[in-house]
Design a protein around this ligand. Structure first.
Ligand code: HEM
Length: 147
């Protein structure tokens, strides 16, 4: 069971983080240069179909993995030892991702135009950085890199 959870978690991570890196590094610069919101919306709607299920799998498998390494859920927010700090950091990154995504989805994307393209870029870039941090924090469970 653990192997399957970890496999799902890592597979979904390749989609979520990989997709955002492609968006931020390969798609976004051209979109900004050409001032072409339609191109961005086309990528978003294609990526969403696989990216949102990937994030849901990520969260579900992540919570199950966290429960496995630290069954006392109160400790997830205690920042008491390395495991609890890593889980707490993952949850904080998740909250940040949700806030940025909700703001982009509800406030910016419905009215996307040449004028507010840069404010969407200022959401895409932090969500991408956070997606990479998710991986760094995730790898730290085994390597002890952080904390
Ligand atoms: C987009 C979001 C996420 C990404 C990209 C991500 C990525 C990763 C990666 C790459 C690993 C390393 C796997 C390995 O050691 O082979 C990992 C481990 C882990 N992640 Fe996540 N993660 C995400 C969200 C979450 C969430 C929301 C939680 C819930 C608290 C979580 C909990 C864990 C745990 C507990 C481990 C350690 C598993 C173990 O070694 O037993 N992750 N994550």
């Amino acid at each position: 069971m653990y192997n399957i959870l970890l496999l799902l978690h890592v597979l979904a991570a390749t989609i979520w983080t990989g997709g955002h890196l492609v968006l931020a590094l390969a798609v976004l610069p051209g979109v900004l240069k050409r001032k072409a919101p339609a191109e961005l919306l086309r990528f978003e709607s294609a990526f969403e179909k696989i990216g949102i299920p990937a994030l849901l799998i990520q969260v579900g498998s992540g919570l199950a993995l966290a429960y496995r390494v630290l069954p006392d859920v109160q400790q997830w927010f205690a920042f008491a030892d390395q495991t609890s700090r890593l889980i707490g950091t993952k949850l904080a990154l998740l909250a940040l991702t949700m806030l940025l995504a909700a703001d982009a989805r509800l406030r910016i994307i419905p009215r996307l135009s040449e004028k507010n393209l840069t404010s969407l870029a200022w959401h895409i870039i932090p969500v991408t950085v956070v997606s990479v941090l998710f991986v760094v924090v995730g790898v730290s469970f085994r390597t002890g890199w952080l904390y």
